[in-house]
Design a protein around this ligand. Structure first.
Ligand code: FE2
Ligand code: FE2
Length: 472
């Protein structure tokens, strides 16, 4: 699936053979670039950045590195290779051939699914647009930009589906994706986590660890879709998403490492004394972003989720590969519920628990990440460990929203919540402190005081490589 870069819109979908679609996308392209210039990265927006660009969608060897000015990045339409004789992985139509067109009866549901996924992509670019102002190093600045251009690419991927398969209302949705704005009161982005401010790098690394990981699982369930173009689109997006999570995981690990170093040097053992980010602060950011990301999976018990699975619009994580029974009928899943102030388990038909099933996969993946951080901490001879709160803690969506739970998941009174809140979640003072540390470091190889250097550079380049040519 080589990508054709000779056309105005690079693609591997033979765009030149579909004049109407090509015209529609070429009309959308300048609107996208206007959007990028007005709400994309503001600093270094016209400097050379060491970026990777997709060359083919084959696994391995699909990327090429080089210095590019961001507005010249070749955003385009790239789908994973078609799988020969692919059949619908799960639900009522399992085993039948996949759809190459959108069935009329599922048109609205499918469009909604694509729009909601699409909306998160430009939202995160908007949330992160001022971060380069305070980049802790050029290495980090480059990683931020790489994430940004790829989220822009993901928007292209979803807009292609809308314009190619949903006619006029697809084109209208494509325009609306450039009109909503993260955090805007009148025209906000669709999901809550994507309207949260992202103004410091501890937030950026928490976001890329936890919120981009939500994206991984949403894309994973769409990769199992009966609608084949959606599946192929998401399969390729997943390969790009991996880097975003790498940026988050390693960023947090570097903050923790530096925190240990500074705490050891500080007279009272507190990293803040020496301008570091102390452990309790890191833990608060983890609590905040992990729980906001848990919300993105939707309600624990959901008829919509059951319908999406039944119709084949979404599948379970690795539905085709990991399951033998693809009906998910005649099975239940135990879900915790609050009943008269006590947590009890209720058996829910499995199809209605699909959101929770996907959340299970996500939680396990997050636990793996935290375990890795904690291994680093234990090697550095410190007692602190990062902990993920229980999934009922601090939720604003789903069946636990509106009730209060401690970090272990025990129900607590509102008064107790109010008394503890500031020790569990970021306060205005914490945010002000973290923000006070955010000063740019633009000298190649140099790092801000609050973060350790990465263990290696990008694409085998040294850490002190000029990842952003600030003077050219
Ligand atoms: Fe994305
Ligand atoms: Fe991402």
């Amino acid at each position: 699936m080589a990508i054709n870069y000779d056309e105005r819109i690079p693609n591997n979908v033979d765009l030149s053979s579909d004049r109407r679609l090509k015209k529609a996308l070429e009309k959308w392209q300048p609107a996208f670039l206007d959007w990028w210039r007005s709400v994309g990265p503001q600093v270094f927006s016209n400097k050379d950045v060491y970026l990777r660009t997709a060359v083919s969608t084959e696994p391995g060897g699909w990327s090429q590195f080089g210095h590019v000015k961001m507005p010249d990045y070749r955003w385009g339409v790239f789908l994973g290779a078609p799988e020969k004789d692919r059949v619908i992985p799960g639900g009522d139509h399992a085993g039948k051939p996949v759809w190459q067109e959108v069935p009329g009866e599922y048109r609205n549901a499918l469009k909604r699914i694509i729009v909601v996924q699409a909306d998160t992509e430009p939202a995160s670019v908007e949330q992160q647009r001022f971060l380069a102002d305070t980049a802790p190093s050029l290495y980090d600045c480059r990683n931020l930009f790489q994430v940004n251009v790829e989220e822009g690419r993901h928007l292209w991927a979803m807009v292609y589906l809308l314009q190619a398969y949903f006619g006029r209302d697809g084109r209208e949705e494509a325009d609306a994706l450039l009109a909503r704005r993260s955090g805007n009161e009148d025209t906000p982005r669709i999901l809550d986590a994507f309207n949260q401010p992202c103004e410091d790098w501890l937030t950026f690394f928490s976001f890329t660890t936890f919120t981009d990981r939500d994206g991984k699982y949403q894309l994973g369930s769409l990769a199992e879709s009966a609608f084949d173009p959606l599946s192929r689109t998401c399969r390729f997006m997943l390969t790009e998403e991996a880097h975003h999570m790498f940026v988050g995981e390693t960023g947090m690990e570097r903050i923790l490492r530096r925190s240990v170093e500074l705490a050891k040097l500080a007279p009272n053992g507190d990293a803040r004394e020496l301008g570091g980010i102390d452990f309790p602060t890191v833990q608060k950011w983890v609590n905040h972003w992990y729980t906001y990301s848990l919300d993105l999976f939707g309600s624990e018990i959901s008829t919509n989720a059951a319908d999406y699975f039944a119709s084949g619009l979404k599948g379970r994580w690795q539905e085709a590969k990991r399951y033998e029974d693809h009906s998910a009928l005649g099975q239940t899943k135990a879900i915790q519920q609050l009943n008269n102030g006590k947590v009890i388990e209720v058996d829910v038909p499995l199809r209605n628990a699909m959101n929770e099933l996907l959340r299970d996969e996500y939680v396990a993946d997050c636990q793996r990440v935290v375990k890795k951080w904690n291994r680093t901490l234990s090697k550095m001879d410190t007692d602190f460990r990062v902990e993920l709160p229980d999934r009922k803690f601090h939720r604003r969506q789903g069946i636990y929203a509106g009730a209060h739970f401690d970090r272990a998941g025990n129900p607590i009174a509102e008064s107790e919540w109010n008394a503890m809140r500031d020790t569990w979640l970021p306060t205005a003072d914490d945010r002000a402190y973290v923000k006070s540390l955010m000063k740019p470091v633009y000298e190649p190889g140099k790092m801000a005081n609050w973060i350790a250097a990465p263990r290696r550079g990008i694409n085998r380049q040294p850490v002190e490589f000029e990842y952003v040519r600030t003077d050219r």
